[in-house]
Design a protein around this ligand. Sequence first.
Ligand SMILES: CC(C)(COP(=O)(O)OP(=O)(O)OC[C@H]1O[C@@H](n2cnc3c(N)ncnc32)[C@H](O)[C@@H]1OP(=O)(O)O)[C@@H](O)C(=O)NCCC(=O)NCCS
Length: 169
Amino acid sequence: MSRTAIIERFRADEWPSYRNLRLRALTESPDAFGSTLAQELPRSDEEWEQRLLSGIGSATDLPLVARLGTAPVGLAWCRLQHAEHGTASLYQVWIAPEHRGCGIGRCLIETSVDWARMKGAQQLALSVTCGDTPARRVYEQLGFIPAGQPQPLRPGSDLMEQPMMLSLI
Ligand SMILES: CC(C)(COP(=O)(O)OP(=O)(O)OC[C@H]1O[C@@H](n2cnc3c(N)ncnc32)[C@H](O)[C@@H]1OP(=O)(O)O)[C@@H](O)C(=O)NCCC(=O)NCCS
C-alpha cells in the first residue's frame, strides 16, 4: 500500500468520518486536547454535521482530513481569529497511531501553515501539552516557538499546555 497521504478539506458528507476521527483522537490521546471524550461523545449526529458544515462553509475555517487511499487517518482544523487581527490558530491535530512517523502529521501542519499564510495571517498559534512529546517536536521542527506562559490544559487539570507561535512573515 502506498504511504503517500492526501491532505484535503473535509467534504460536507464526511461528517461521520470527522466524528469518528475526533472521538478516536479524544479516546486515544486524552491528554493532548482541551476538550474531552465526555464532552464530545454525547453530541448528536446533527451536531456533528452542523459543526463540520459550519467549518466547510466558512472562509475563515479549514477542516482538514488526511487520507491513505480512501481511508481517513488524521485530521486538523485551522481557523482565522477575528478578534486577534492577523492570527490563525491550529486545533485538533491527530494522526491514527498505526500511521504515525510517516510524515502525515507534518504534512497536515504544513498545509495549515500554507493556508493561513495565503489568507494573510501573520502568525499561526497553537497550544501543546507540556513535555517532550512527538507533537512538541514536530511543532519545533517546523519553527514554532513558545509564546507566553504554560496554562492548565483545562480548568482544574494538573496538565499544562504551552502556547506556541509560528511567524508567517
Ligand atoms: C503529533 C502527531 C500529530 C505527529 O504525527 P506524525 O504523523 O506521527 O508526525 P510525522 O511523521 O509527520 O513526524 C514529524 C516529526 O514529529 C516527530 N515525531 C513523530 N513521531 C515521533 C515519535 N514517535 N517519536 C519521536 N518523534 C516523533 C519527529 O520530530 C518527526 O520528525 P522527523 O520525521 O524528522 O523525525 C501524532 O504523534 C499524534 O497524533 N499525536 C497524538 C495527538 C497529539 O499530540 N496532537 C497534537 C495536539 S497539539
